[in-house]
Design a protein around this ligand. Structure first.
Ligand SMILES: [Zn+2]
Length: 240
């Protein structure tokens, strides 16, 4: 699906993987679930690109529903995959998911999420055999030149990726615009967050960024500004 002419998305909005094109080359931000591998060629073709144009896969954090087809891409295409250093062990499957339970749930949305993920291989994700790492503040040498902002809380190594040339901020699960476990919509603390208080505090690190496109790991694009999204997450967090 086209977000902008140079940013496309795999999936229906429940679990997002983004393709970012610059000067004919592509960076993939998060790899969703393994089944998205089959959707990738057609989505690249819709951008006038092919698998050969993919230069890098960057992960916003080490959760399995973001690693998706990353290991397959690394092995079959030798695409470099990277994640913040604090989430590398999680991405390699060496430490358990730090998330503390599901939080609130509603049966319908939760079942829809699990079915959606399960039908796309989400229950047999492969961790990464190898993953490169980056630190806070780095500007990555990949198409789009994303700048890394560490936003710990959802996981210790959660990172937002700012791509100013595309007016875009990829927030991973620093916050979501849909809670897949309840169906709630709008900017909110993402489900499966290890430390919600820390996640909310970390939003101060991104709230002054100007980006017309705020692109979360779960839910639709937010175009109301980063500051307003952060305000809404804080407001909702206070009510809980
Ligand atoms: Zn996550």
């Amino acid at each position: 699906m086209q977000v902008t002419p140079s940013i496309h998305r795999l999936g229906n909005g429940l679990i997002n993987s983004y393709l970012v094109e610059e000067s004919g080359e592509v960076t993939i931000i998060d790899a969703g679930v393994p089944g998205y591998w089959g959707d990738l060629p057609a989505e690249l073709a819709a951008m006038g690109r092919a698998l050969d144009n993919v230069r890098a896969l960057v992960l916003t954090h080490g959760h399995s529903d973001h690693i998706g087809f990353a290991e397959r891409m690394r092995r079959e295409r030798h695409t470099p995959v990277s994640v913040h250093e604090l989430d590398a062990a999680l991405a390699r499957g060496e430490v358990p998911n730090p998330a503390k339970g599901l939080g609130p749930t509603r049966l319908g949305p939760l079942v829809r999420f699990l079915l959606y993920a399960g039908l796309r291989g989400g229950l047999r994700n492969r961790p990464l055999g190898e993953v490169a790492t980056f630190g806070d503040g780095a500007t990555l040498d990949v198409p789009g030149s994303p700048r890394v902002i560490l936003v710990p809380g959802h996981t210790p190594g959660s990172a937002a990726l700012h791509v100013p040339s595309h007016d875009a901020l990829f927030v991973g699960d620093a916050f979501a615009t849909k809670a897949v476990t309840t169906g709630d919509e709008g900017p909110l603390v993402a489900p499966f967050t290890a430390n919600a208080d820390e996640a909310v505090r970390s939003l101060a690190r991104i709230e002054n960024i100007e980006a017309g496109w705020v692109l979360p790991g779960h839910g639709e694009a937010w175009t109301g500004g980063v500051a307003e999204a952060v305000r809404l997450v804080r407001e909702r967090a206070k009510q809980n």
